[in-house]
Design a binder for this molecule. Structure first.
Ligand code: ADP
Ligand code: MG
Length: 378
């Protein structure tokens, strides 16, 4: 995909460039004050900022942060501004774009206000490029615009899987809901050689095959869709499961009894919370034979260490593979980072929903807006 680049913006000396970055960082309270809990997204914005500044541009950053409903001090950009003072002194950051409801409404008057006083626009927020918001699609309609370095890197890595992935191409899909990922699964069914399904979504597939699911998370209204997918693609389902009594609490801080391993049927009064060891082994074999891998979504309720074994096992298999490997999705990326394996994949995508939509549709509203901006330029 050809996107306009910063170099295409011409001479930037003394020009004021607005950069839409993804500064949607996790915050935490420390000594009664909101601080940035993990600055990886701020760091991801720096290459573009530095690239622009070495070309003489004056940079202003903007982003959303969380999902505030109107102005809300809890979602202020102030903690981010503080980190930026250290990492990129002199770079200004606007207040949370979503404090203004016109941002998500893509109100042209808000895009005008953002564009005002700037000579060019750079979109570097891949994780927001699937949203038709004012700062994503409205501003590029008003200013000469280009793709930032982090966004370009994302698009280039994901495009490999869309264009000509080395085969066999294996997708591993997990997570909570099959309904969240039906579009992705349907698109993947056409393109991949096999799909390994884990996580809670596996239970809707298992239900479609007539298995007992106990109290596991299922979406009965998607059983038909799962059946249709299994007719069209090679889908591997878990062969064994880790279950726990339904009355037992689960979660990151819970220290309760360990789960027990069962086959494909979940006993009554229990729920399936992870894939079992045989599944990790079998999925691992398929992963070992792959030359391209996409992984999205954990294999179990990995926030609770009792049910993280399947996800960690798959993370190791993906990291150990020499295939072209892309990991996307907020929770799968977190699992890989926590396992210390983030640098052992070809690409760790920063854009959860955006990467899924890009892999599904091959384009995103923000990318289309950049191309249109380039067409307008003489
Ligand atoms: P990603 O962010 O990687 O796309 P999702 O958001 O779709 O992944 O799903 C992640 C969530 O799914 C996690 O919170 C995890 O606890 C949950 N999950 C995975 N497997 C199960 C399961 N068997 N039962 C309940 N929750 C599960
Ligand atoms: Mg998630």
């Amino acid at each position: 995909m050809e996107l306009p680049r910063i170099e295409d913006l011409g001479d930037l000396r003394g020009r004021r460039v607005l950069v839409r970055a993804d500064l949607n960082v996790p915050l935490a309270v420390e000594r009664g004050e909101w601080v940035v809990a993990d600055d990886f997204r701020i760091r991801a914005a720096l290459p573009t900022v530095e690239f622009l500044r070495t070309r003489g541009a004056d940079v202003t950053l903007c982003s959303h942060l969380g999902r505030p409903k109107g102005i809300d001090a809890r979602y202020s950009m102030a903690p981010v501004a503080k980190v930026l003072e250290q990492l990129a002194p002199g770079v200004e950051v606007l207040e949370n774009l979503r404090f203004d409801p016109r941002e998500t409404a893509n109100d042209p008057s808000f895009a005008q206000e953002l564009a005002h006083g700037h000579d060019a626009f750079v979109l570097d927020a891949f994780g927001s490029a699937h949203r038709a918001h004012a700062s994503v699609v409205g501003v590029p309609a008003l200013l000469p615009s280009a793709a930032g370095l982090t966004l370009l890197d994302e698009v280039e890595h994901l495009s490999v899987l869309l264009e000509d992935p080395p085969r066999p191409y294996v997708a591993i899909v997990g997570g909570a809901k099959v309904s969240d990922k039906l579009g992705l699964l349907t698109a993947l069914a056409e393109r991949v050689d096999a799909v390994l399904v884990g996580g809670a979504m596996a239970f809707t597939f298992l239900l479609a095959l007539g298995h007992e699911v106990g109290d596991s998370l299922v979406e009965e209204d998607h059983v038909e869709a799962c059946r249709a997918l299994m007719d069209r693609a090679t889908i591997h389902l878990p062969e064994d499961l880790v279950v726990l009594e339904s009355t037992e609490p689960v979660g990151a801080e819970v220290h309760g009894p360990a789960g027990r391993v069962v086959g494909r049927d979940v006993p009554r009064g229990t729920r399936g919370l992870d894939v079992g060891p045989r599944t990790v082994e079998r999925f691992g074999e398929v992963i070992l034979g792959a030359r391209s891998i996409l992984w999205n979504g954990p294999m179990g309720l990995f926030e609770d260490p009792r049910f993280a074994v399947g996800t960690t096992g798959i993370a190791r298999a993906v990291a150990g593979s020499s295939a072209y490997s892309v990991v996307g999705g907020g929770d799968s990326a977190r699992a890989l980072r926590e396992a210390g394996l983030a640098d052992q994949v070809s690409h760790l995508s920063t854009g959860g929903g955006a990467s899924l939509e890009f892999l599904e549709h091959g384009d995103l509203p923000g990318l289309a807006a950049l191309r249109q901006a380039a067409e307008r330029r003489p």
